[in-house]
Design a protein around this ligand. Structure first.
Ligand code: ATP
Ligand code: MG
Length: 389
């Protein structure tokens, strides 16, 4: 394996006490991402080196791993300046004109100070090539890192995904619908290091097979950032029909969402998740006013985190596009909320009304029954309709 990728860690370097755990989790996540590639990982507290055969392909995969600050194709040579010069001239793009050397010295026993080393190497490059120095706006930045085991040189530095390694902040349960908002909420949770499992409420025959497939496609996109996603599909038809029959039109959505939250919390505890995540955004629809949130949130004690609560729709769309979910999210399949949409949902629901209307429902029993019949999906290759017949 003669190619080398060097990784700088993201935010985790500031968390001194947790560093070991963070690096360990990041390593495990990278190993999982590269499980089909030939790669050897060597790590220390500040850098990770991946020896491999197909650096371009591996670089692409690493771009989706949270906890990485930057990714560079690097070259390792001996700690002697002639070898460093030779390798530098090899990797500096000949079509470019100007350069600047930045040296860092992790090996403090190395005698020459960094600034002096940069200027020595710069002078040698000037002498042996057409390149000119430009310290303010160079075409090429040549990074040189002098370590005890050798000198690493590189000229490219791609921005990593940032954030924390997935898993270091525990687990959350994401309410994943087929819309634009909840996949973005999931992406943001993953970026903060929360591993997620997803919950999707389906109401066949009111919701279609395509709607479920769409959710699985979105889960698959999120899985590229995690590798461990599961989708828990809750049969929700009976609960929705009961609400439809027994509760006033205007409160249907509020009560339906209270049922979703109850199920989510009960199940989250079962799978050891610490919080519920969803794609609610303040004021986007009637069920997402602050008054609605008060009524809905009231049925759970677990934290409910709404990563996109204060984002504009356009900001959410931009993120959806960035993660490659937007095209899927806008496919025109209904979800269970749109099927039973009342003409005039209450915008400022009252908690006492919710409680009173719910007395018409035997909801504890309905909730347990729904949870008992949850289908767990880990394979996101979409099933074909014929496969189910
Ligand atoms: P999205 O674009 O994410 O579908 P939305 O704007 O359509 O959101 P709502 O339908 O009110 O808004 O849902 C708000 C949040 O509730 C969603 O972002 C999602 O987290 C959750 N949710 C809604 N419907 C479902 C469902 N069928 N299964 C799982 N979660 C759901
Ligand atoms: Mg929706």
């Amino acid at each position: 394996m003669n190619e080398l990728i060097m990784i700088k860690y993201g935010e985790l370097t500031t968390k001194k006490d947790n560093r070991k755990y963070f690096v360990k989790t990041l390593t495990a996540n990278i190993e999982a991402t590269l499980k089909d590639e030939k790669a050897q990982i060597i790590k220390n507290n500040v850098r990770m080196y991946i020896y491999c055969e197909n650096a371009d392909k591996i670089e692409e995969k690493l771009k989706k791993v949270f906890g990485i600050h930057s990714i560079s194709k690097a070259y390792k040579v001996n700690n002697n300046i002639e070898d460093v010069l030779k390798k530098s001239l090899e990797i500096m793009d000949r079509n470019k004109k100007t350069f600047k050397v930045i040296t860092s010295r992790a090996d403090k026993t190395f005698k020459t100070p960094s600034m002096e080393y940069s200027s020595n190497l710069g002078a040698l490059i000037l002498k042996n090539s057409h390149f000119k120095v430009d310290v303010h706006n160079p075409d090429i930045i040549l990074h040189v890192e002098i370590r005890t085991d050798g000198t690493y040189v590189y000229t490219s530095e791609i921005k990593g995904a940032g954030g924390y390694p997935v898993g270091v902040q525990g687990k959350g349960l994401l309410m994943l619908s087929g819309g634009i908002d909840s996949p973005v909420a999931g992406y943001l949770a993953l970026k903060r290091g929360v591993s997620i499992e997803c919950m999707y409420f389906e109401s066949p025959p009111h919701t279609s097979f395509e709607a479920k497939n769409k959710v699985l496609s979105l889960a698959k996109i999120l899985n590229e950032y995690s590798g461990k996603i599961k989708v828990h599909v809750v049969p929700f038809t009976k609960i929705q029909e009961e609400i439809y029959k027994k509760c006033p039109d205007t409160y249907m959505i509020t009560i339906m969402r209270r049922m979703m939250y109850r199920i989510a919390e009960k199940y989250a505890k079962k799978i050891n998740a610490h919080a519920i995540f969803n794609g609610e955004s303040i004021g986007q629809v009637a069920s997402q006013t602050l008054e609605s949130m008060v009524c809905v949130n009231n049925v759970v004690s677990m934290p409910v985190i709404r990563p996109v609560a204060c984002f504009d729709k356009l900001e959410i769309i931009a993120l959806a596009e960035k993660i490659g979910a937007y095209e899927t999210s806008i496919l025109p399949y209904e979800d269970c909320c749109t099927i039973f949409v009342p003409k005039h949902p209450v915008i400022k629901p009252k908690l006492e009304n919710c409680i009173s209307y719910e007395q018409n429902l035997d909801y504890e029993k309905l909730i347990d029954e729904a949870i008992d019949n949850i289908e767990v999906i880990t394979n996101f290759e979409k099933p074909k309709y014929e496969d189910l017949l």
